[in-house]
Write a protein that binds this ligand. Structure first.
Ligand code: SF4
Length: 335
């Protein structure tokens, strides 16, 4: 049986493309490239492991998960083809993922690749010249089948060789989602995980934080992980505060703290966030930080409260008694 490797993004289109080709009698394996900018788990977003389980149960497709770390950070910093609306380097990202998929083909015994792109669906990377250029730069011309828009595109090798019947492929184009929704019902792909993918690089707020990190901080995996957590405040080029928004984020903040950071905690008898200060903080900035943290504490009627902090890895706690900082003051520093 002919084998193909399908790029699975977590969005509906890539799952439909893979399932459609599987239903034509091709042995399809999926690959999910996990980048440092995939969303943290939320109620409506699946993790890559959950995606693998869903795909295996609902579509009978085995999913390989491949992490792209430093090389992905590099293309986000200097994308050859520029950014989309936010800090999303979609063209460079697709080229990188297709190249990686091409490199995996031989060991998996795959004869071609599948992707879920739809002509004209996204302004930056899915118009005709962009699709051609992406295939060319990734060196996958002829071996990349885009089943959802295949009838608008030149026949690929799997179609020419008869491994896939071109007549059974699709002619979707443009931004409407209706054909995909109908196809999902036809193929029995009902319980799909997340119809819009889940890349933080398309999020305006996250883009602002990331640009700030590239400008003032150390742009590495650890600092990128921290961008996904909490409320962020920048007081100076080398002084940034991150305040947890819920219990889970308070735990994440404590896990992501490293030597040299200052960790803040609220009084044990009052509910409130943990926070982390990274950089060089003056006494005034420490006080301001404690005041911002107090703003998110349950004050139980008090005008001021004690916020404890310690510099890691030291074990000595210090205490600042502070009143909550008003929102109009804290918003000046908010990222
Ligand atoms: S949205 Fe994110 S993951 Fe998707 S192509 Fe663009 S950069 Fe890549």
């Amino acid at each position: 049986m002919t084998k193909a490797l399908a790029l699975i993004s977590g969005g509906l289109d890539s799952i439909l493309a893979a399932k459609a080709i599987k239903d034509l009698g091709v042995d399809v394996i999926g690959v999910y490239f996990k980048t440092p900018f995939c969303l943290r788990k939320k109620k409506d977003i699946t993790t890559s492991t959950e995606l693998a389980n869903e795909l295996s149960q609902n579509a009978g497709i085995e999913l390989k998960i491949v992490e792209l770390n430093d090389e992905f950070l590099a293309i986000v910093r200097h994308p050859k083809h520029g950014y989309g609306k936010n800090i999303n380097p979609c063209i460079d990202c697709k080229i990188l993922m297709l190249r990686k998929a091409r490199e995996m083909m031989e060991s998996l015994g795959a004869s071609f690749l599948i992707s879920g792109e739809v002509l004209g669906q996204r302004p930056m990377s899915q118009h005709h010249p962009a699709l051609d250029m992406i295939s060319k730069e990734a060196e996958v011309e002829g071996i990349l089948l885009r089943p959802l828009s295949a009838k608008h595109l030149e026949p690929t090798i799997p179609e020419q060789k008869g491994w896939v019947d071109r007549d059974k492929l699709f002619d979707f184009s443009g931004r409407t989602r209706r054909p995909q929704m109908e196809l999902a019902v036809m193929l029995g792909v009902i319980d799909y995980p997340n119809a819009s993918g889940g890349c933080l690089l398309t999020d305006p707020l996250f883009s602002k934080r990331l640009r700030d990190l590239m400008k003032f901080g150390v742009y590495d995996m650890k600092n990128v992980a921290l961008l996904k957590v909490g409320r962020h405040y920048r007081f100076a080029y080398d002084a940034k505060l991150i305040v947890g928004r819920d219990e889970a984020e308070n735990t994440d903040i404590e896990k992501l703290a490293q030597d040299g950071d200052i960790l803040f905690v609220p009084p044990p008898d009052l509910a409130g966030p943990s926070a982390l200060a990274r950089g060089n903080f003056s006494e005034d900035q420490l006080k301001l930080s404690a005041g911002i943290i107090a703003r998110y504490c349950d004050l139980a009627g008090k005008l001021s409260i004690d916020i404890s902090y310690r510099k890691l890895p030291e074990s000595d706690w210090r205490v600042l008694n502070v009143a909550p900082v008003p929102d109009e003051e804290s918003e000046k520093y908010r990222l």
